[in-house]
Each structure stands twice: as structure tokens, then as C-alpha cells.
Design a protein around this ligand. Structure first.
Ligand SMILES: *Cc1c(COP(=O)(O)O)cnc(C)c1O
Length: 454
């Protein structure tokens, strides 16, 4: 039987046999048949808006959608063909350099990337190359670089150290030192240290690392040993929050030791997946021999990237948001998320069985754990399962390294999780807790099922 457009769509032959999954089919399909198959498969994914696990934007307004549809064919690397997009990219990182208090934006240098992971790689590579140049100029061995960071770093730093042969020096977090805070730093830093990574918005919990205190600890180390160790701030989420919600917090280029800052445009920058940024406070911190030149309007344009081709549309979307929101709009948007985060963390603490690890007042992200994990009859994984049944994705996972005995559960509040939805979520968490508590209680008489009391 051959399909035709007249055959009802769910009655076409490909519907009777599962479409070839792991081998290309011999014949064509009608486009609408193929579309329907892919569309149906994608439906089985979680609902992006109810996914409270991800930091990445799941909502943009209809003008952004329109702009996206107009520009998804643009390749960022074709600077010659798309000079306006190239110009917009330039404006965006300059806006960020200014937002992050670069002393002179003219001296700064930056670029877009596919996300924070690539941005962190570039920041790390600059630190490594700079250190190598210095060591070689001094006639010293440059074969054993190390990078110092908290044990709660995002996986991209493990990748960086693995891919580029840099020793990873992890400072373990603990109940006492919940983040990298400069404590004991002298035990980890030596002449082979290319830099220290400070995280503004730790992925596990949402807490800020106190960059100023880390810088002060490095000042003290320099005074004692002469070692001048730079900082890269991984501001994947926080670099798009702190300038608006904590403008007086000194974490950025106000601190001279901060060479470079990276962020994800697609997290609290508000853009759909596919864009990140990295900025150096001064050109001199990005060694020239890492830069490549691409042809641009008959001239040459510098690029520093791991990819060659990549989407240009997200850069236009970032610029759209910068224009659309301005400082006031970004502040309002981030404040709304923070209000929801604080409302939720307070509500969850008041439920009884939980202790907060933090309350969402840094970035709008917080984590909690069971007060009495040992004697509890259910785990946070059970709670995550119950919530999943109601559509919510709220992950539970172990903390890193020395705290791996501790299981936490985390909520990331993004633009789009309204107070309305948050109230519903809190009610669903309360319900789920009641259900789990009753499930483990002895069966009541009268034979009615525990947990189904409403
Ligand atoms: C999310 C995250 C990253 C990786 O960012 P992508 O944009 O997903 O590549 C790096 N560091 C931190 C702290 C993060 O939260």
C-alpha cells in the first residue's frame, strides 16, 4: 500500500510498523507523516515550563519568537555575509563589559559562545596560555599547570581540565564552608596554578562564592609568596542576576584580580538555548596567539572560539532583550523570580520535614534536605517521583565530594514560573509529603486507602 495525502494521517502504512529508528528507511515519507512522527515523539519529553531542574530559558515573548523565525538561517561565523549580526555581537559583549564594571570598555575584549561551557573553556585557555608564556619567559617548567576551584564546580570545568591537560585542584565544600570562600586557599595554590575559578551561583545550590574574599585571600598569598594568581568568574547564572539584584556586591571587574567573566545568555540572560558570553577586563589577559582572523568586509576580524559554524539568531535575541528590557526590565524580571524563590523556600521550610541549604536570595535557586534523613521512611527521590507524577520536575541528587552523604533537592525559579504556578507547586509538594507520610503509617481501620483522603 502506498501512502497518499488522501490517506488519513494516523492510518498511513508507516503507522502500522514503527518507523525505522536506527537505519535510514529505503523510501521517502510524505512530509506531514514524518512531521507527525517526530512531533509525537517529542511530546513524550517533560513539559519544559514545569521543568524546575533546568537553568535554561523555556519562554520568550512573541516578538522574540518572530525574530528567531526570521533569523535561524544565519551562521554566526559568516561575518562577511552578516556584518550586522557581527556588529550586534560586538555590542552585546560591550554591554556586558559595562554591566560587569570593566574599568574601560575600550580596553576590554569579549565574544559570544554556544553557552557557558565554551565560554569557560576560552577563559581557562587564556589563563593557561598566559601562565605558559610567563613560565617560559622566566625559563621555568610549564608542563604541570593546575587550576583551583570548589568541589562543587559545574562539569564543564572537569572537561576543561581533562581536555587541556590541566590538573584539577578541588577545594572540598563542607557544612562549615558551604562554598569556596578563600579558607585554606594557600594549601592549594602554588607556582603552577594558572588561576582560581570562582562561581557566581553554584549549580548545586544557587549560592554565590564570595569573589571579593577569594581575591583577598589571593592578595595575602601574593604578599607572602609573590605568586600573582588571577580569577575567572564562572557567572553562568549569577552574572546576569547580581548586576540587577545585588548591584553593590563586588564580584566583577571592580576586583582587579578578576581577569575574565563568563555567563550563559540562555540562563538568566533570558534567551533560548544556544548562547553564552565571555569578557576579559583587558585585552592583555587574552594572549594574541589564541586569536584567529576571519575575513570581514574585505578586512579581518578577530575570533576566539571552539566552534566554527554556529547559530547567529540567539545573538540577535540577546540584543533584542537588552533593548527591550533595559536595566529596569531585567531588574523587574529577576526580582519577580527571586520573590517566587523566596516564597517557595519559606513555604517548603514551613512544611516541617525539611531544612533549607539556602533560601534563594543569591540567584533565585535554592536547595533543601531532609532534617532527619536516617529515620525518615521516605527519601527526596520518592518526593521527586511523586512530583513527577503531577508534572513537576524537581530533581534530587547527592552533594559533591565530602558532602556526598547528603541528598538535596533543588528548585530553579526562572522567568515564567509565576506566583500562581508556585502556589500550585507548593500545594503539590505539601500533598506529596502527606501522601508519603501516610503511606508508611500502619494501615488505618475502615479499609480506606491512606493518602487518598481528598
Ligand atoms: C550551567 C552552568 C555551566 C554550563 O553552562 P552551559 O551554558 O549549559 O554550557 C557552567 N557553570 C555553571 C556554574 C553553570 O551553572
Amino acid at each position: 500500500m502506498t501512502d497518499s495525502e488522501l490517506t488519513p494521517i494516523f492510518d498511513r502504512s508507516t503507522r502500522h510498523t514503527a518507523a525505522s529508528r536506527y537505519r535510514m528507511g529505503a523510501e521517502e515519507l510524505l512530509p506531514e507523516t514524518a512531521y507527525q512522527i517526530v512531533h509525537d515523539e517529542a511530546q513524550l519529553d517533560g513539559n519544559a515550563r514545569l521543568n524546575l531542574a533546568t537553568f535554561v530559558s523555556t519562554w520568550m515573548d512573541e516578538y522574540a519568537d518572530k525574530l528567531y523565525a526570521e533569523s535561524f538561517d544565519k551562521n554566526m561565523i559568516d561575518k562577511d555575509e552578516y556584518p550586522s549580526t557581527a556588529e550586534v555581537e560586538d555590542r552585546c559583549w560591550r554591554i556586558l563589559a559595562d554591566l560587569w564594571r570593566a574599568p574601560d570598555v575600550q580596553d576590554a575584549l569579549g565574544t559570544s559562545t554556544t553557552g557557558s561551557s565554551e565560554a569557560c573553556m576560552l577563559g581557562g585557555l587564556a589563563l593557561k596560555r598566559l601562565w605558559q608564556h610567563k613560565r617560559k619567559a622566566e625559563g621555568k617548567d610549564a608542563s604541570k599547570p593546575n587550576l583551583v576551584m570548589s568541589s562543587a564546580v559545574q562539569v564543564c570545568w572537569e572537561k576543561f581540565c581533562n581536555y587541556w591537560d590541566v590538573e584539577m585542584r578541588l577545594v572540598p565544600i563542607s557544612e562549615e564552608h558551604k562554598v569556596l570562600d578563600g579558607h585554606d586557599l594557600e594549601k592549594y595554590v602554588d607556582e603552577n596554578t594558572i588561576g582560581v575559578v570562582a562561581i557566581l551561583g553554584v549549580t548545586y545550590t544557587g549560592m554565590y562564592e564570595p569573589v571579593k574574599e577569594i581575591a583577598a585571600a589571593l592578595d595575602a598569598i601574593q604578599e607572602k609568596t609573590g605568586l600573582d594568581v588571577p580569577i575567572h568568574v564562572d557567572g553562568a547564572s549569577g552574572a546576569m542576576i547580581a548586576p540587577f539584584l545585588q548591584p553593590d556586591l563586588e564580584w566583577d571587574f571592580r576586583l582587579e584580580r578578576v581577569h575574565s567573566i563568563s555567563t550563559s545568555g540562555h540562563k538568566y540572560g533570558g534567551v533560548y538555548p544556544g548562547v553564552g558570553w565571555v569578557v576579559w577586563r583587558d585585552k592583555k589577559w587574552l594572549p594574541e596567539d589564541l586569536i584567529f582572523w576571519v575575513s570581514y568586509l574585505g578586512g579581518d576580524m578577530p575570533t576566539f572560539a571552539l566552534n566554527f559554524s554556529r547559530p547567529g539568531a540567539q545573538i540577535l535575541l540577546q540584543y533584542y532583550l537588552f533593548l527591550r528590557l533595559g536595566i529596569a526590565g531585567y531588574t523587574a524580571m529577576q526580582q519577580a523570580s527571586q520573590d517566587v524563590a523566596v516564597y517557595l523556600s519559606k513555604g517548603i521550610r514551613e512544611l516541617g520535614p525539611f531544612e533549607l541549604w539556602n533560601d534563594g536570595t543569591d540567584i533565585p535557586v535554592f536547595a533543601w534536605y531532609l532534617k532527619d534523613e536516617k529515620s525518615a521512611k521516605w527519601t527526596l527521590y520518592d518526593l521527586a517521583d511523586r512530583l513527577r507524577m503531577k508534572g513537576w520536575i524537581v530533581p534530587a541528587y547527592p552533594m559533591p565530594a565530602d558532602l556526598a552523604h547528603l541528598t538535596v533537592q533543588r528548585i530553579v525559579v526562572r522567568n515564567g514560573l509565576s506566583m500562581d504556578l508556585a502556589e500550585k507547586l507548593l500545594a503539590d509538594i505539601a500533598d506529596s509529603v502527606n501522601y508519603l507520610e501516610q503511606l508508611e503509617a500502619p494501615m488505618p481501620a475502615e479499609g480506606h486507602k491512606p493518602g487518598f483522603t481528598h
